[in-house]
Design a binder for this molecule. Structure first.
Ligand SMILES: *Cc1c(COP(=O)(O)O)cnc(C)c1O
Length: 420
């Protein structure tokens, strides 16, 4: 088994950056994010209105959202701050999908004001939106197929998921919108997360194409777009293969020709809202080894912790680790790579074969570009790191500074305590 995973930057480049910026920090590869975006758009270019709405929650940084916008991506938002982030880089109107759940009226109001496509998560939200904010002229519903689909490990079984409408509610909902005078309609679903089997997305397309046809026929409304959701997986493990986007695009096109065209629904816009596959492989958490500990197991302690990247602790997720400069040294030590949180799940790797790690060595934690920094938190007084963008010309741009102790205390009022 190969244990190497390539990096887009040389060990020297990363070491140079680490001599200028204190570890830990995130490093993003702009070229990689742009190329991946282009590959996805190309795979669906047969659909003239295909749009990828980048799931802002994956990497909520305006510099990154802006470069994705330059590639033609829109934004998938689920909260007011995510809407504001998108607006800040000029993504507005129908270049935003607002796919939220358990949504508050003020967030619907902000989405409507921006002209975003609002995607309702529940049938009761038709009245909630109408009464609180007013109905927009385009609306979308999120479908939860329940036992009709299996889901996968990260997202769980659709039947147990809190999201979306049942099939019966979809029909009832479109009928209601039609009677209320809404004119434009979309249909959305999101049934997988980090799925590496491309067929899964083709099956999702079949499901929503079939539904769109049945809804149009039965209710007499024209479904203008279907959104297949996000969830395209990435190969976190070196032996895994990425999803072949061209195969998925071709598979979806074949079903479009087979289901959508004969039913008279062409042109039907196809949308997706991936986060992970766009930025995930192109972001790295760079951290430095500090301590060694040998008790019942052997530990390498680094200067990052779970507050910088919680996927391993939260989901037991695998993130590959490269010890810089020791890529071809024998990986004959079995260690846990740990942070400093007072939580035993603060581990980036468990029983991982690595070369001998010495104090000061740089460790690069791969595939941290999505749901990485974004999930960071401050428990235990740990602060979130800086984010650095490596431009295609090799220059480095700081796109978020590291938090300071003052940031941590910013919401507290110390005025009655004389010692501070
Ligand atoms: C999280 C999420 C996404 C993006 O998921 P990825 O796995 O990052 O592609 C898209 N749509 C919705 C509704 C989500 O909740």
């Amino acid at each position: 088994m190969s244990i190497a995973k390539p990096l887009p930057f040389s060990a020297e480049t990363i070491a140079r950056i680490a001599s200028e910026y204190p570890t830990p920090f995130y490093l993003y590869d702009e070229r990689g994010m742009r190329e991946t975006s282009r590959r996805l758009l190309k795979a669906f270019s047969w659909n003239p209105h295909f749009k990828e709405y980048f799931a802002v929650k994956a990497t909520p940084n305006p510099h990154i959202i802006n470069l994705l916008k330059e590639e033609g991506l829109g934004a998938d938002c689920s909260s007011l701050p995510e809407l504001l982030l998108s607006e800040s880089v000029g993504i507005t109107g129908e270049d935003i999908m607002f796919t939220s759940n358990n949504t508050l009226a003020h967030e619907y109001a902000a989405a409507k004001k921006l002209g975003a496509i609002i995607n309702l998560d529940d049938i009761t939200h038709i009245d909630y939106l109408r009464e609180g904010v007013g109905l927009p002229d385009i609306l979308c519903f999120r479908y939860n197929p329940g036992s009709a689909r299996e889901g996968n490990v990260i997202i769980g079984k659709p039947e147990e998921a809190k999201y979306g409408f049942t099939e019966a509610q979809l029909f009832e909902g479109y009928r209601k919108l039609r009677d209320l005078g809404v004119k434009r309609f979309g249909l959305h679903t999101m049934v997988a997360s980090n799925e590496l089997n491309g067929d899964f997305f083709v099956e999702t397309a079949r499901m929503v194409f079939d539904l769109a046809v049945r809804i149009s026929k039965e209710i007499g409304v024209r479904i203008e777009f279907v959104n297949l959701g996000g969830g395209i997986g990435i190969p976190y493990r070196p032996e895994q293969k990425p999803v072949d986007l061209d195969v998925v695009g071709k598979g979806v096109k074949a079903l479009y020709d087979q289901i959508v065209v004969p039913a008279g629904l062409d042109p039907l816009k196809v949308f997706m809202e991936n986060g992970r596959m766009i930025t995930g492989p192109h972001g790295f958490l760079v951290t430095r080894a500090v301590h060694h500990k040998h008790i019942y197991r052997d530990y390498v302690g680094v200067d990052a912790c779970m507050s910088n990247l919680m996927r391993p602790g939260m989901y037991g997720a695998y993130h590959h680790i490269t010890v810089l400069g020791k890529e071809s040294a024998p990986h004959d030590r079995i260690v846990d790579v740990v942070g400093s949180l007072c939580e035993n799940n603060d581990k980036f790797a468990i029983n991982r074969p690595l070369p001998v790690v010495e104090r000061g060595d740089l460790l690069v934690i791969h595939d941290a570009g999505a749901h990485g920094h974004a999930m960071g938190f401050q428990y235990n007084g740990k602060l979130r790191s800086a984010e650095l963008l490596v431009r295609p010309d090799g220059s480095v741009k700081k796109i978020r500074r590291a938090e300071t102790v003052d940031d941590y205390f910013a919401t507290l009022d110390f005025s009655e305590f004389s010692q501070k």
